[in-house]
Write a protein that binds this ligand. Sequence first.
Ligand code: NAD
Length: 476
Amino acid sequence: MAVTGEPSFRESVDLMFNRAVALMDLSPGLEQKIRVCNSTYTVRFGVRLRGKIETFTGYRSVHSEHMEPVKGGIRYAMSVNQDEVEALAALMTYKCALVETPFGGSKGGLCIDPRQWDEHELEQITRRFAYELIKRDLINPAQNVPAPDMGTGEREMAWMADQYARMNTTDINAKACVTGKPPHAGGIQGRVEATGRGVQYALREFFRYPEDKAAAGLGGGIDGKRVIVQGLGNVGYHAAKFLSEEDGAKIVAIIEHDGALTDDKGLNVEDVRQWIVKHGSIKGYAGAAFVEDGAAVLEHDCDILIPAAMEGVIHKGNAARIKAPLIIEAANGPITFGADELLRKKGCVIIPDMYANAGGVTVSYFEWVKNLSHIRFGRMQRRAEEARSRLIVEELERLSSDRGLGWELAPDFKERFLTGSDELALVRSGLDDTMRAAYGAMREVWHGRNDVGDLRVAAYIVAIDRVAKTYRSKGL
Ligand code: NAD
């Protein structure tokens, strides 16, 4: 956790915002309007469990309604509090603007340790929490659309969507009230992997630019890079898996809440994940060295550090000892404002959270659009696309045989060319396009202005400028 004396998470986000607006030409009134959180609803509700009434505290914060619906995950953790939820809601506003998803920013949380309750109990608690939010339009397809975050996933989203449908029986768009649902309950292919996949696409894009790599003192591609990942949950697992299995990165350490595993030759991410799923911990995993003090492993030598667990893990107390030349913030707010400053002075390049983990909200946007259009992506065009490709292949084969040219298309090429895009392929294509476009917008500011020295400020400038434009067009 952050050392005492550092700003809170929300203050940290505001300070980062302030660094950016100082370089912009906004009226003080508009600047303040964008910075503040519009509202935070706190609810305390009771659920009868194990023979007694248990009281839970939950939040739903709306940072900005410059676009509606507002969007943001719901987190289940004991550490959830108003400051954290407001910080995360603010980040959602900027994130949505940066990746051009047409939403305002929101976030929710419930103070709960999900591991303490069994599935049936969690369902009762989730449905009751959802009921409280739905009653106040804090879950609603047109106004406020939650998604998973730490401690929640497809299962919780399915319960919430069902609760909304029960309370709004004639709403034809009911399924669009939350995203991150399982595919059989109105979800979309590729949502579970989306945030980790986005981290992979973000890194691929970064490594396409020699100047950007050089800023971190790195060369080459992702292949062979030594990577440390903190948090092997949804985001960290998918990011580490794709980077190692598809791009040749070496995962030299995995840090979890109860220690870390290290192996200079590279860990098998899938193997470690299966171990955690089975045993609930990385402890006892035989294929690597175990380090009791997981947080200390953040300071180990590596090329890329991926904090993918929680906020405030890189703080003034350890920033000076961090060796990674490149950090990609897969989690929200893993680097405090003070640590950010120390790291920048050391020359470390930070790919900021609002961009790095935007894959989740991007694919959530696709899911929401799918729900509103009531049709799966690719259903109309996939076979037409295949038929057109087949025409070309058949014509080439005819030409070859008629004229005795002896051409033969490689079987692998033929199969790939003749396969139309299904929903997963389209989702990945849309995500890749989004991550590239947003990176382009950030880097234009990063390299195009001599008063902007890092990607975080660039990201804030792009996002705030877009939010300001929306407000101005509303007459504010
Ligand atoms: P998750 O609950 O699936 O996984 C979190 C993992 O981190 C767990 O494996 C947990 O054991 C581990 N962890 C917790 N505390 C730790 C600590 N102190 N040190 C090391 N590991 C620790 O959560 P997630 O959905 O993967 O979210 C992780 C981060 O990514 C959060 O900051 C979240 O806000 C952010 N995020 C998630 C999504 C998404 O789509 N799920 C989207 C954008 C951002």
